[in-house]
Design a protein around this ligand. Structure first.
Ligand SMILES: [Zn+2]
Length: 108
């Protein structure tokens, strides 16, 4: 009979392996357009004072997920660019304040 501790270790090992695989798999990379990759490269050139003149797209599963600069810098897009746009955050803030106003001024 297998001791329960041994069984637990096997289950935990599987879980850890799965989480590690999930965290490092291509699923985490957000596809971007070649234009976005070019924009990100231009930002890198300005921020890093990079002298690189050439770059190439980094692809995963047929989709652009980042870029590689001439200087050796590599960027992989982990989250969709759309989710980090300030305009979307501003919209949700506006909605929150509307909700706030409704909650506080609905008694008169
Ligand atoms: Zn560079």
């Amino acid at each position: 009979m297998i001791p329960i501790e041994a069984l637990m270790i096997v289950i935990w090992s599987c879980l850890v392996a799965y989480v590690t695989w999930y965290a490092t798999s291509a699923k985490c990379y957000a596809p971007i357009t070649p234009q976005e990759a070019r924009l990100l490269w231009k930002i890198h050139v300005q921020l890093a004072h990079c002298n690189g003149k050439r770059w190439r797209e980094t692809r995963r599963g047929g989709k652009t997920v980042g870029f590689e600069c001439e200087c050796g810098y590599k960027h992989m897009q982990k989250r969709p660019l759309v989710g980090s746009l300030p305009s979307l955050q501003a919209t949700s803030r506006k909605e929150k304040s509307v909700m706030f106003n409704k909650l506080h001024y609905s008694y008169d």
